[in-house]
Design a protein around this ligand. Structure first.
Ligand SMILES: [Zn+2]
Length: 240
């Protein structure tokens, strides 16, 4: 099955907030402690925004997911590139640069999006692509490999270490900040039959698309492309 749907927010499914916001837990966000966002918004409100775009491509049973496209630069572009290279499926949710509405992954209720529901039903294994910011210097520019499926997490971490020996890759949950672990059962990455892995990427492996054209990004483009190819290889294996 192959399909591509591009929708601009405002479809009928965006009218029914999940009511799950009170479930904000320890596995919550990528930066809730920072006053980066103007105010908290629900997933339904985000989907309903006229400039927010969902895009889904259903290809193989492995898939890439990017819930914070636009907000976390390069993540949607990287997910699409890896999926395209692997013949894998892909779901991206992209907001314009100036919106900066962060809905934690575990509040991104698939029931509110026909596209996300179709994607999660189609894939067995998913890799969710996120990005953290320069200000989290304590993380040492490491790639953080999280998600509830430890077997998958270990396998992808090993592949990334082999592909990018100069980049630290951390997959021990105890060594990853709780807000970046991706282990909440309501996080879509943990909602597929075959399990999922959540990547939290530093800026220096997200130099792709227009983010790769920024001043100073040249030195990071090749590394980013190596990551794309490593993720594509992983997806091909999972889909086999
Ligand atoms: Zn994110």
């Amino acid at each position: 099955m192959y399909g591509m749907i591009a929708l601009v927010g405002g479809d009928p499914f965006t009218r029914s907030p999940s009511g799950r916001r009170q479930s904000m837990g320890a596995d919550a966000t990528h930066g809730a402690a920072r006053p980066k966002y103007r105010r908290p918004v629900t997933f339904a409100e985000l989907l309903a925004h006229p400039d927010v775009v969902q895009e889904v491509a259903l290809r193989s049973r492995a898939g890439f997911l990017a819930l914070h496209g636009g907000l976390e630069p390069g993540t949607a572009e990287l997910a699409r590139a890896a999926a395209s290279a692997a013949g894998a499926s892909c779901y991206t949710l992209v907001q314009p640069d100036d919106l900066r509405h962060h809905v934690p992954s575990h509040e991104s209720d698939p029931a509110l999006s026909t596209e996300l529901t179709a994607f999660l039903a189609h894939v067995d294994v998913v890799v969710s692509v996120h990005g953290y910011f320069h200000r989290r210097e304590a993380l040492g520019h490491a790639i953080l490999v999280g998600g509830a499926d430890r077997g998958l997490t270990r396998r992808l971490a090993a592949r990334l270490r082999a592909a990018l020996p100069e980049v630290a890759v951390v997959d021990d949950p105890d060594a990853i900040p709780v807000d970046l672990r991706g282990r909440n059962p309501h996080n879509p990455v943990n909602c597929t039959a075959g399990g999922g892995v959540q990547l939290e990427l530093p800026p220096r492996v997200r130099a792709i698309g227009r983010h790769g054209d920024r001043p100073g990004a040249e030195e990071h483009r090749a590394r980013t492309q190596t990551l794309v190819l490593a993720l594509a290889d992983f997806a091909r294996e999972q889909a086999a």
